[in-house]
Design a protein around this ligand. Structure first.
Ligand code: PLP
Length: 360
């Protein structure tokens, strides 16, 4: 099915004002935005327009009860300059899993894809060319009813906007567990990319930073025994040559797209990857007996963030030097090469984008 998307282009692009060598993260946005309104049970008035503020009634439901979800992905260009979308359908599917949990309407996958392709086609010149730079894509859906009763809204906005971002140089991170807070509970919203999850993580994150760490390593809520994830990344452990990552079956962990790709690449390269519950005690024991070879976060932003150390109940455990961690180094390289079209994509993950429109 093809949707009818109304296109209203800017008169003058802001491209020439941007210093692509010094892009502050998340503050510079491309020329256009995609907007759709949901009312009377369907997505309507699909349009691409100049990037613009939204005007909201103060009673708008999302401002009060956080009925909002989002996605995040990166688009790079291959050496010939063709924009490459990387597994966009996975983001469409995850958006809809989040939507379902938050009692929001589905965005049909075809609509998501068409909107994405057209928007990026129009703003493709905003894809930075620097190594590891990318166009960050942010789809977001918000409850739009001007009504302060607590109930699922009847009207929504679905928006996609994009932002050029520079290379993300992630220095090795220091993690700490916290007894006082949890991120997700069974039956809760941990698997959803729902705004409220992030709001609730801000105070623990600040307290972890005040203690001298970069991010919180989240444990399960019931026993504080099982490791879930850290900050906004999934975690991988390499113990005695085996790769382990917490399973997502309980719905308490965000099913990262990077996580899923890494599992695939690792298995394809002959590694054993175990998706299973992993306890903090198992990781401590491995650290103490010298078999903990690597521990790293996986996510769209950093791709791989090596863990320098982790802290639990007053003791700090150090990881081996980053230079020795060849598997995660190779993983990052493999994924970046795939995303930027530098190697043949034998997995069929990249979607080259035919540029639909040019903005002069
Ligand atoms: C809580 C959380 N976990 C994990 C991830 C990693 O997911 P992805 O690889 O899809 O970026 C993210 C980032 O989006 C996140 O917010």
């Amino acid at each position: 099915m093809t949707y009818n998307i109304d296109v209203n282009l800017v008169n003058t692009s802001r491209l020439s004002e941007i210093d692509f060598d010094n892009i502050p993260f998340g503050r510079v946005f491309s020329d256009h935005i995609f907007i759709a309104d949901y009312y009377d049970g369907a997505w309507r008035d699909l349009r691409i327009a100049p990037y613009q503020p939204l005007s909201l009634n103060p009673a708008t439901a999302v401002l009060h009860y956080s009925q909002t979800i989002f996605e995040g992905m990166k688009v790079m260009a291959n050496p010939e300059g063709t924009p490459l979308l990387f597994r966009p359908e996975m983001h469409a599917k995850r958006l809809n899993r989040s939507a379902q949990r938050m009692a929001m309407p589905d965005v049909p996958e075809e609509l998501f894809m068409q909107a994405l392709y057209e928007l990026i086609g129009i703003d493709h010149k905003w894809i930075p060319s620097g190594a590891e730079s990318a166009l960050y894509v942010r789809p977001v859906m918000v409850a739009n009813d001007p009504y302060i009763g607590v109930r699922p809204a009847e009207t929504y906005k679905f928006i996609i906007f994009t932002a050029p971002v520079g290379a993300y140089y992630s220095k090795p991170v220091k993690l700490t567990t916290l007894d006082k807070y949890v991120r997700a509970v069974k039956g809760g919203t941990g698997f959803a990319k729902a705004g409220g999850n992030y709001a609730a993580s801000l105070l623990p994150q600040r307290e972890a930073q005040e203690m001298g760490f970069d991010q919180v390593m989240w444990l399960d809520s019931e026993e504080k025994k099982y490791i879930h994830e850290c900050g906004t990344m999934n975690l991988f452990f390499i113990i005695d040559g085996k790769v382990i990552t917490p399973s997502t079956e309980e719905g308490t962990i965000l099913e990262g797209i990077t996580r899923e790709r890494f599992i695939h690449i690792l298995r394809d390269s002959g590694y054993t990857v175990e998706e299973r519950p992993i306890t903090i005690q198992e990781v401590i024991a491995a650290s103490e007996n010298g078999t903990l070879q690597d521990m790293f976060g996986a996510g769209t932003a950093a791709v791989v963030a090596s863990v320098e150390l982790f802290h639990h109940h007053g003791t700090t455990y150090k990881l081996p030097p980053v230079e020795e961690r060849l598997i995660s180094k190779q993983l990052k390289l493999d994924l970046n090469n795939l995303r930027s079209g530098k190697v043949t994509d034998k997995f069929g993950w990249t979607h080259p984008l035919k540029v639909l429109q040019e903005v002069i």
